[in-house]
Design a binder for this molecule. Sequence first.
Ligand SMILES: *[C@@H]1O[C@H](CO)[C@@H](O)[C@H](O)[C@H]1NC(C)=O
Ligand SMILES: *[C@@H]1O[C@H](CO)[C@@H](O)[C@H](O)[C@H]1NC(C)=O
Ligand SMILES: *[C@@H]1O[C@H](CO)[C@@H](O)[C@H](O)[C@H]1NC(C)=O
Length: 460
Amino acid sequence: MGSPNNRPTRIFSSHHHNTPPCTRSHQIGALLLVASTFFLTRLFDHPFSTCPPSSLNHDHTSQNVVHFSDGGYLSWPQMGYGTHLSLKIYVYEEDEIDGLKELLRGREGKISADACVKGQWGTQVKIHRLLLQSRFRTRKKGEANLFFVPAYAKCVRMMGGLNDKEINHTYVKALSQMPYFRRSGGRDHIFVFPSGAGAHLFRSWATYINRSIILSPEGDRTDKKDTSSFNTWKDIIIPGNVEDGMTKRGAAMAQPLPLSKRKYLANYLGRAQGKVGRLKLIELAKQYPDKLECPELKFSGPEKFGRMEYFQHLRNAKFCVAPRGESSWTLRFYESFFVECVPVILSDQAEFPFQNVIDYTQISIKWPSTRIGLELLEYLESIPDEDVERMIAAGRQVRCLWVYAPELELCSAMQGIMWELQRKVRQFHQSAETFWLHNRTIVNRNMVEFSSWKPPMPLP
Ligand SMILES: *[C@@H]1O[C@H](CO)[C@@H](O)[C@H](O)[C@H]1NC(C)=O
Ligand SMILES: *[C@@H]1O[C@H](CO)[C@@H](O)[C@H](O)[C@H]1NC(C)=O
Ligand SMILES: *[C@@H]1O[C@H](CO)[C@@H](O)[C@H](O)[C@H]1NC(C)=O
């Protein structure tokens, strides 16, 4: 369904879903908050469908169907989602494209994915691995809705496997071997940039991938950079990688403490990094040490602060403050949900994942970073415990969305990402360097048909 039903040619692109349209009220109902509702009604595909049985017949009178005077019709996807996930994602293979191996393992091929999966930037590996096992993966480029370009560039750079210049050149080399990238100008290609640098990790990102879908936890990297690479309407904010030991159900490294057992009102665990907000917090903690805990932590060397110790501290306050550092996102925000302290965001430009389904006012507090002082502590102190408990309970419901779990888990970061990706699917592809003829043949500037395009492709 989807394409005009009275002729075989594809005038309007067809949507893949076969489910009937739901009414608008179902959509709104499902968007209310709570990911659990969202996931129960949508992720279980059909059995628990939001559509009542009465709409299960092919009802072309629905609001998202446009009728033509000649009897044809066109159905619109629902709010860009569809009623269930139906995606085909092609994952580029390491050996298929010259350069991908270097972007995954460094110039000597020695950096292991297992080393890269750890720590706050592990999302670049986890998303890749989950996609390889996904039921939405296709091995046929011709039928793919989206293309995933795997790279562990952040990790490879940190481990000395490639320098900035090499990363830039290698990306450009890899992209020039992808006819499908050229066909759409990169609009259907997905990249992960797991750190605060965002797509800036690839120096010439703005020339080559500024139309692509970028997955990053970072919404604003303006420190030491002129511009932010994040674009609200095309990119997707992903949760940072919370350590697996922390997210494990039941057996987590640090179990939450009852509110009454927590020693502090709030805490800040992190380095100053010369940042105004952080320095103010450290100052404040010196003045009010019984309210705000801000221990001096060793993040390297022999007395390096252990993860366990870190979580023990984190869980010992009702509120965990998450100030801006070099960049606007901080892993502490996500971690706080697993030790069950209410995150207080002190990072004005921060962006948050899955805003279609999560109402952040129910699970966190955002306070102006320009008002860090006694006023903040007094405010936090004035919040009754019932309210703290309520926010913690709401956070407990959505935190499954921060966990990069296998697809069988109905609520996970990956499921959230898939829903966001589904909204980006375009049936038609074009760019400044693609052209089409009367017989629907796609050609390049030299009138060569798409199927005969040969790498290296000319890039912008
Ligand atoms: C990135 O690589 C491309 C292709 O080799 C080159 O043209 C461009 O100048 C490089 N960008 C930077 C910032 O070095
Ligand atoms: C995106 O790339 C195109 C082509 O190189 C360029 O003209 C445009 O200015 C870029 N946009 C941004 C926001 O960098
Ligand atoms: C489409 O039209 C062009 C120009 O007439 C022609 O060269 C090409 O072979 C046609 N393609 C197909 C698939 O018929």
